[in-house]
Design a protein around this ligand. Structure first.
Ligand code: MTE
Length: 320
């Protein structure tokens, strides 16, 4: 995915965590433990349980979602230390390291465009929009790694109903927060900010589309998109935009960050599809973080029953 200044380094070149961890074990066995390993250890210390409790809000009384998978949940440490959040750097370890001081207080999400009731929501207001659920979703990155995460949130459709889209609203455009002073590493990311994403209206109101405020029963860590992000489990991970500040309903298909950066590699729809390879690597299989062997990738990431009908008659090779 890396482009621009970092064009010689691609998503496929990034060392998968399992391989990296095994290499670390090998180096430790050989007695070769370098500065990089020491740095890695420091990151893990920052996320010790006591640190987590200090920084995070614990949610209680979460409703269990019928959409949850029963698959094994990926460990918290893996999910929070192997991230894509280019505003904080392009290395998988960068967001956990660089987002610690990200100030998310006084957060406001603006909802505008073709709606009868344009609104601005504070985080307190968002938390009260609907009962908070725990939804355990598979999450598949376009780079062929995947995780299983217990997210906290509710269907995005709850917010949509409230603002009353007009008949003109055919798409929803999403925009992330961006501030180069808070996110200085973004200058070298090779993509334009603010990060933008989009969904077709029917995708946006599909019950699986989650407005997400937490994970593992707590508020979102900064590196995972605090304080509010989207999670769209049948699409590649890059559609799940982090640190959301603007939602706009509109008649036109909105531009999306990775499509702008490399249109032949990343389409608007970006549904998980093992039959359509990325131009530079296969999408047929994936590696779950923490596991050694790859597993087959499922069509629509295994959510076909709930979403396939939205794409009836569409050539998914053309609309990738
Ligand atoms: N949102 C913003 N604002 N900036 C980003 O760089 N990266 C995307 C997506 N949302 C990204 C973003 C990509 S490429 C992926 S795979 C997922 O976030 C990663 O989510 P995770 O770190 O929670 O696994």
């Amino acid at each position: 995915m890396l482009i621009g200044r970092a064009a010689d380094l691609t998503y496929a070149d990034v060392t998968p965590k399992a391989v990296y961890l095994n290499r670390r074990k090998f180096l430790q066995a050989m007695g070769i433990v370098g500065a990089g390993v020491a740095a890695g250890r420091r990151i893990f210390e920052l996320a010790s349980p006591s640190q987590r409790a200090l920084a995070a809000t614990k949610f209680s009384g979460l409703v269990k979602s019928p959409f949850s998978t029963t698959e094994k949940i990926t460990p918290y440490e893996d999910v929070t230390h192997y991230n894509n959040f280019y505003e904080f750097g392009t290395d998988k370890a960068d967001p956990a390291r660089n987002a610690q001081k990200f100030d998310t207080s006084n957060w406001v999400v603006s909802v505008e465009g073709d709606v009868a009731k344009p609104s601005k929501f504070t985080m307190d207001e968002i938390l009260k929009l609907a009962p908070l659920e725990e939804r355990i979703y598979r999450h598949r990155c376009v780079e062929a790694w995947s995780i299983v995460v217990p997210w906290t949130g509710f269907s995005f459709s709850n917010l949509v109903k409230l603002v009353e889209p007009t008949p003109k609203a055919k798409f929803v455009a999403f925009q992330s927060y961006y501030n180069s002073r808070q996110m200085p590493q973004g200058r070298w990311a090779g993509i334009d900010f603010p990060y933008v994403e989009g969904l077709r209206m029917d995708e946006a109101i599909n019950p699986l589309t989650l407005l997400c405020v937490g994970m593992y029963g707590e508020s979102l860590p900064n590196q995972d998109g605090a304080p509010v992000r989207m999670v769209i489990p049948w699409k590649y991970g890059f559609k799940s935009i982090k640190s959301l500040v603007k939602i706009k309903f509109q008649s036109k298909m909105p531009p999306t960050t990775w499509n702008l950066a490399a249109p032949n590699e990343y389409g608007f729809y970006s549904n998980v599809n093992p039959n359509v390879d990325h131009p530079r690597w296969s999408q047929a299989r994936e590696r779950r973080l923490g596991e050694i062997f790859k597993r087959p990738t499922l069509m629509f990431n295994g959510y076909g029953d709930q979403v396939a009908s939205m794409y009836t008659g569409m050539d998914l090779k053309k609309y990738y």
